[in-house]
Write a protein that binds this ligand. Structure first.
Ligand SMILES: Cc1cc2nc3c(=O)[nH]c(=O)nc-3n(C[C@H](O)[C@H](O)[C@H](O)COP(=O)(O)OP(=O)(O)OC[C@H]3O[C@@H](n4cnc5c(N)ncnc54)[C@H](O)[C@@H]3O)c2cc1C
Length: 246
């Protein structure tokens, strides 16, 4: 399928369907502290010398209580790493503002960005004219990047012409306290849509291996922002229909 895009000089160009150039957000948990919830309990009970209360099932209740009491430093004993693909450089720039996490990101110095993919904001994707202008711009950027490379310009300098839309890959490692902070700040309705979508995607996977650590949080359908992460309203559970977290 081809899409006709108007060049600024009035001519029109046929470009290969940009669908293949669309980045898709992907998240994969690549490492997590073994027996993370049990470790948190073992460490946390040191404060109370209550090791005698440990059973096969006691970690969940213990963790929910320390979270409720705000004793969150205990959660720092466990860490999780996620490989994140298909987010924009705009999004990764926001991500790395979280200083208590560690990062390794695909380098635009060492990796040739020929054939890069791009993130398209929904506001642009849903506006035919804006979408055509956007892809036209990206098409020109790609051509310019190629020309610079042909001129012998190294990746580290040719990358100066690449936009925030360029997709990137990054591994993020954080302790469980920091992940909670990330979910709450970036899952908030005021957070930008892309990093909020990322927070929800990571949250879903996080909940599978450390459900008690985030038992007070849920994914909700917000009236205007779409999916958000918020504290569970007192008396409600994630099983209730308007709460979308599984
Ligand atoms: C809706 C929204 C809008 C934003 N808008 C902007 C913007 O316009 N411009 C902009 O520059 N940024 C903006 N940010 C980014 C924001 O300012 C933070 O840099 C980012 O959210 C990281 O948060 P943090 O510092 O709390 O988290 P982290 O760096 O992950 O730290 C976690 C917590 O550790 C503690 N901590 C970490 N480092 C220190 C320290 N040095 N001293 C004391 N305590 C520390 C704090 O309690 C902190 O909350 C925005 C963020 C959000 C969510």
């Amino acid at each position: 399928m081809c899409e006709t895009l108007n060049k600024t000089n009035g001519q029109s160009i046929e470009v290969e369907s940009m669908t293949s150039k669309l980045a898709e957000m992907e998240v994969e948990c690549i490492a997590v502290t073994p027996n993370a919830e049990k470790l948190i309990e073992l460490a946390g009970r040191t404060a109370y010398k209550s090791f005698d209360k440990i059973t096969d099932e006691s970690a969940g209740e213990f963790i929910r209580r320390i979270v409720k009491n705000g004793h969150e430093s205990v959660l720092e004993h466990a860490v999780a790493s996620f490989r994140i693909k298909g987010i924009s450089r705009a999004c990764s720039h926001q991500l790395v503002r979280h200083r208590l996490a560690s990062y390794t990101q695909s380098s635009q110095r060492f990796v040739d960005e020929t054939g890069a993919t791009y993130v398209v904001p929904p506001s642009i994707q849903n506006n035919e004219k804006a979408r055509a202008l956007y892809w036209n711009y990206l098409h020109n950027v790609e051509a310019l990047y190629d020309l610079l490379k042909q001129e012998g310009i190294p990746n580290e300098d040719a990358r100066f012409v690449l936009p925030n839309a360029t997709a990137t890959e990054i591994v993020m490692t954080a302790n469980f306290r920091e992940w909670r902070h990330f979910f709450l700040t970036r899952g908030d309705p005021h957070a930008q849509w892309e990093i909020r979508a990322l927070a929800c995607m990571i949250f879903r996977q996080f909940k599978e291996f450390a459900p008690s650590v985030v038992d007070d949080l849920c994914i909700y359908e917000h009236r205007s922002a779409g999916l958000i992460i918020d504290r569970v309203v007192s008396g409600e559970t994630c099983a209730q229909t308007h709460i979308l977290s599984e």
